[in-house]
Write a protein of this length. Structure first.
Length: 107
């Protein structure tokens, strides 16, 4: 989740550019060779945040940024990562919810 927050706050194009104070065990190699799938609901991936302060109005496409962060993060952490689709056979499934919770399922 730290990686996703970092990607969504500071736009980047490369997973290795994500800055965090948390460090992985040096024995863990990234990207991990493990088939995983990730899923977030359609409304989370298309969400917009609107703020109005007369005479200005701002619209932020937070869902689009969240989808980009998911794609960048998971494809950087796992060599075989893709959004959950009918027919793919992941070993782990990551499910994201609007309340900022994460569930991981072992398949």
């Amino acid at each position: 989740m730290l990686f996703l927050a970092g990607c969504n706050t500071v736009p980047i194009n490369n997973f290795q550019d994500v800055k965090t104070s948390s460090k992985l065990n040096p024995d863990i190699k990234i990207p991990a060779n493990l088939p995983v799938a990730y899923y977030a609901k359609h409304r989370e991936l298309t969400h917009t945040f609107e703020y109005e302060y007369t005479p200005r109005r701002w619209v932020f496409n937070t869902g689009e940024q969240f989808k980009s962060a998911l794609d960048l993060t998971f494809q950087g952490m796992f060599s075989d990562a893709e959004p959950l689709k009918l027919g793919n056979k992941p070993k782990l499934i990551f499910l994201f919810r609007l309340n900022q919770s994460l569930s991981v399922y072992l398949v």
